[in-house]
Design a protein around this ligand. Sequence first.
Ligand code: FE2
Length: 722
Amino acid sequence: MLKRRDFLRATLVTAGALVVPACGDGPETINPLDDERELADGSEYFPQSVASGDPRPGSVVLWTRVQDGAADLDLEVEVATDAGFAQRVALDAGQAKVKALARHDHCVKVKVRGLAAGTVYYYRFIYVKGGTSYVSRVGRTKTAPAEEADVKVRFAYVSCQDYVGRYYNTYLALAQEELDFFVHLGDYIYETDGDPSFQSTTGRRVVFTDLAGSISLGDGDGAYHAARSLDNYRELYRTYRSDANLQKVHESFPMIATWDDHEFSNDCFGATATYFDGRQDETDADRRKAANQAWFEYQPVDYGDVELDPDAALPDEFHIYRDFVFGRHVHLVMTDLRSYRPDHLIPEDAFPGRVALDQPKLVAELGEVPAVALPYVDVETYGDGIYAPVLTGAAETVGYDPAEVTGNISVAFINEIVAAANEGLPEDTQIPLIDAAEAGLERGIAYVDFGKINAYGMIGSRYFTAKDTFDIYAAIRYKETQGASEAMMGAEQEAWFLDTMEGSKATWKVWGNEFCLVQLAVDLSPYSLPAQFKRSFYTTTDAWDGFRNKRDELLERLVGLGGVVAITGDVHAFYAGTPGPSGDPTKKIVELVGGAVSSASFREILTSQVSSDPTLRGLPGAAALALSIDTLLTSPETKINPHLAHANSNAHGYVVVEASGQELVADMRSIKATEAQTDYSGRIGDLKISSKRFRTLPGESELYADDGGAWKRWDPTTQAWV
Ligand SMILES: [Fe+2]
């Protein structure tokens, strides 16, 4: 039981008056009074504990959720400059007493204003029931330093915290750090309760109470659910936030969060999901709204109506991109790369045989037919139309719509279908294959040439898309649509982003960026694989590699600013590099990619893709290639990703950044990927954490790595540390 001072007297002192420091020395504090009220442990009423977020020089957002029946509940808020709450901050009445509304799942957010800059504060919530005052745990938070302050800023960043069968050892370690704040780059929740393609089937679980409101996916042993209803999404936050290590981190530091895809749906764009790969329209505005509302209720983020005003309707759209200034040296610019982006460039439901760029188009756009273009024919007229019925006949077995068998179709695709149809037939009844070398055949790029294997599928669309053909197609589409094909941020956010970055006076312009800028392609041509695999592929075109023309355009604007550092999540791997517009290795920014908190590592996902895909499974050497992904990505022989300097695709953890007027140092603190399924709570001493440090200096965009105490510089031209 704790002593506390008279809440009523405190609010009377300050009723109606927002206490703002007159000359920047901080708010008034209330002297200890002779309050005899006892405080009881309120753990059962505050099952998600407390959190704070979006620190600014004079304010911070405080969060909690109270759980006790269905009615709206009254809460009191206390803020102090000491952990014992002897020096309390005088809050105005609206901030000291708040309502936890049933219609917001009893989540409460309070933006406390009038605070001193660069100052640690403690806060707690009190719930009075039956004459007893139940108190939450005490949270610690810190306001941002004043804009003109010449101070070192120390923060961490994280992403991707899959809860299913996995443990937050990363947060166990992070809670031990001394930080001003931490950044969450998305995938704070995963919307599924056990997607076998990347989630565990053993260990702790997510269970949807409103199963009828969820989406049923997979079948048989692989059946699982995805959140759809508001209750589903809220339950995810409640479940994830029940983790003691995550709670400890929230109780220790303010968070600045953006979202990536899984706060709504895997590989989403706007309100559209991608579970069915184009077999059905997955646009669901109600689902997106539910996901956004739960995020808004549960995250201590500051925009619009942070206090969940009982009279205010939630906005239809959530503009979550925003920026933060931490003294003279750090300007953190957080983007939203999921809400406004267009669909993936290669549609998941593209018929593989269909020609996407025909010969006249290629000649018109490029002035020639590129070497990667391959022969095609008009399936209705070529060979007196004998191929069309074969393709139509095979449609059901191969899995495409027979109505697609029209117009220009890839010769290689036709021949594969014909060869399969000929199997077992007497030679004189077989249909002849088309001679691809036949004179006069036009050449173009079909969807199969992007690596598209199936009529409805992500391979060749959002994953493992062939690089050479994709580059040609993306450039033509970009030109044709005046950039709309890759408008990742949408026009309004993009203009704000560039203005903010270009207008920033901070030493470090830190971009909180959801997914990799640095190219992550693999060149498989040196390996003994079937011909169609002996080429270069983007590992994913859901991220910036699939929006490469827009990326170049943005980077072209950023490279000249100096001190631009992208901090990145999403890929479940630690990478460091110097992305820049294509073609000129001297123009660059610095990017530091942090591994997942707990989600399956990039290497684990690749190896499981190979073992579960029927085509890849049978491919000799494919499993070994997936295991050596870091060698493939950084290979100095293929020089496929000249901007990628460091790769560790099989670890979890976080990155700590220390930024001053002299340097920015990032420490990638990693834990072996296999440890995520073991809970190290209570025995952190047994947890092995490795450190890999990088540095960059003001006024240049060079990346240095700590090599046994000496800083070595990355040279993208020679692909070596020098
Ligand atoms: Fe993730």
